[in-house]
Design a protein around this ligand. Structure first.
Ligand SMILES: O=C(O)[C@@H](CO)OP(=O)(O)O
Ligand SMILES: [Mn+2]
Ligand SMILES: [Mn+2]
Length: 559
């Protein structure tokens, strides 16, 4: 597109009117899968979602929500909220962090960039610290990328390396942390044989240490800071494998919630606090759960918790995590440039927008939706409402979460007549699904379904249009399966609970009294995915999507 000819004005849709209130509902972690006892959506009472599926075959369909359809390296990659909401909001498929880091490592370009050269200054006399999620989940980070980075940095002069690990159990099976730590320890010992002083320095479970998001609970980040930067934690071990094995042996322990620990030497001294002159890299490519730590590492006037000691460091993110805040200012790989999102177009065409979720998913329908960008495009036309999430609990304890409150806010926004688009994320299926608690996940799915009803009823009242979809699967499959789909059993004969997202497709349901009667899903799109939703929503507002957007899912047939 020649820049001189560029215009934010969207062309009118030839057949669909303007002025309808459009509700866009994203059910987080709500995929479509075979109906069996491990499909919590099937087991749960979900009359509203069932009626959408069974009521109007031309207005319900499945779309792809994982792998290449959302910009991930391969179709073995499960979907996730970041890439899912990016695709939903941007209407195009961008090569995502996972893929960009892969290419930068493969070509070696990562080592030529500004970010690497910035941290390299410390290699000669000081320590390089790597902090991030240690697994092969591919949602926030990947172990093989960390291995390549360790190799690359040591070949380029890093003499002392400390790795601060966060155990996963959320994107990978619970219990797999031990194997990942063993693999890492193996790599570090090979580096030591080459004369590089490389060790694990601290650790903890991702949901209890460091990886909070959207400022739900700063204590999580503080626990990480204390262990990683100050070298202080309630548990001390001489090896990381011993740490993870011992902490996992506690009753009810799981990888996601391991307490913080530091590795100490024979005299009990932490082996790797961060000190003046050191370099720090946060190796997650995904933004949401690194932003808070990035602020603590980078901001001089930080006041969210007492950092006690603020070392003068050179800090780089694997990617830049927030394009608007330019955070962090140094990074190893440039993030995808997700611009001209549907949110920005619609606002510039006068669409008044309301977006809402509870804290743990708030940034999904705002920050991710808008291409990893904080804040409003135009505060006179947008209102983003965050319902405070519960903090300090696992969500199987309160599986209803804030679904009702979110739905009521959406209902009020729809009935107020002040908004053209009302967009929400309902977190239940995903957040409770990640706990691996099947019974609670069934309750969660029911709660999400009830919330959908409240929103659709409001749309009915104002003669509006709805589009209900999801960002990826989770609650529809809670068990690890073999290739033929049979549940896999562990050594003691129990099922292996699947806490992660899935590769399943997700539904898109459309309707409402405001939807032109001739609208139906097209059957000619090869492999429709989440990125086709944005053009569809633009149509419902009476516009055609920009030419480079993935095509709309609908057609209007004359009756
Ligand atoms: O909780 C998260 O960070 C991820 C899983 O790692 O889930 P989602 O992509 O749904 O936010
Ligand atoms: Mn999600
Ligand atoms: Mn999730």
């Amino acid at each position: 597109m020649a820049s001189s000819a560029f215009s934010w004005n969207l062309p009118d849709h030839p057949k669909l009117p303007k002025g309808k209130t459009v509700a866009v509902v994203v059910l987080d972690g709500w995929g479509e899968a075979n109906a069996d006892e491990y499909n919590c959506i099937h087991v749960a009472e979900t009359p509203v979602m069932d009626s959408l599926k069974n009521g109007a075959p031309e207005r319900w369909r499945l779309v792809k929500a994982h792998g290449t359809a959302v910009g991930l390296p391969s179709d073995d990659d499960m979907g996730n909220s970041e890439v899912g909401h990016n695709a939903l909001g941007a209407g195009r498929i961008f090569a995502q962090g996972a893929k960009l880091v892969d290419s930068a490592l493969a070509s070696g370009k990562i080592y030529d960039g500004e970010g690497f050269n910035y941290i390299k200054e410390c290699f000669d006399k000081n320590t390089l610290h790597l902090i991030g999620l240690l697994s092969d989940g591919g949602v926030h980070s990947r172990l093989d990328q960390v291995q390549l980075l360790l190799k690359g940095a040591s070949e380029r002069g890093a003499k002392r390396i400390r790795v601060h690990i966060l155990t996963d159990g959320r994107d990978v099976l619970d219990g797999s942390s031990v194997g990942f730590v063993e693999t890492l320890e193996d790599d570090l010992s090979q580096l030591r044989e080459k004369g590089i002083d490389a060790r694990v320095a601290s650790g903890g479970g991702r949901m209890f240490v460091t990886m909070d998001r959207y400022e739900n609970d700063w204590d999580v980040v503080k626990r990480g800071w204390d262990a990683q930067v100050l070298g202080e934690a309630p548990y001390k071990f001489q090896s990381a494998v011993e740490a993870v094995k011992t902490l996992r042996a506690e009753p009810k322990a799981n990888d996601q919630y391991l307490p913080p620990f530091v590795i100490v030497d024979e005299s009990g001294k932490a082996v790797g606090p961060v000190v003046d002159g050191d370099a720090v890299v946060t190796f997650n490519f995904r933004a949401d759960r690194m932003v808070m730590l990035a602020k603590a590492l980078e901001y001089a006037d930080f006041d969210k918790f007492d950092r006690v000691r603020v070392p003068k460091i050179r800090y780089a993110g694997m990617l830049q995590y927030d394009g608007e805040l330019k955070l962090p200012s140094h990074y190893l790989v440039s993030p995808p440039e997700i611009e001209r999102t549907s949110g920005e177009y619609l606002v510039k065409n006068g669409i008044r927008t309301f977006a809402c979720s509870e804290t743990v998913k708030f940034g999904h329908v705002t920050f991710f939706w808008n291409g990893n960008r904080s804040g409003y495009f135009d505060e006179t036309k947008e209102e983003y409402v965050e319902v405070p999430s519960d903090s300090g609990i696992t969500f199987n304890v309160k599986p209803n979460m804030k679904a009702l409150e979110i739905a009521e806010k959406a209902r009020d926004a729809i009935l107020s007549g002040k908004f053209d688009q009302v967009r929400v994320n309902l977190p239940n299926g995903d957040m409770v699904g990640h706990t691996g608690d099947i019974e609670a996940t069934v309750v969660a799915c029911k709660a999400a379904d009830k919330a959908v009803k409240i929103i659709l009823d409001a749309i009915e009242q104002v003669g509006g249009i709805y589009l209900v979809t999801a960002d990826h699967g989770n609650a529809e499959d809670m068990v690890k399966r073999n290739k033929s789909g049979q549940p896999l059993l562990d050594k003691s004969g129990g099922i292996q609970i699947l806490t992660s997202h899935t590769l399943q497709p997700v539904p898109v349901a459309i309707g409402g009294p405001g939807l032109h009667p001739g609208v139906k899903f097209r059957s000619d799109i090869q492999i429709p995915g989440l990125a086709n939703v944005a053009a569809t929503v633009m149509n419902f507002h009476g516009y055609e999507a920009p030419a480079d957007y993935e095509t709309t899912l609908i057609e209007v047939v004359d009756n």
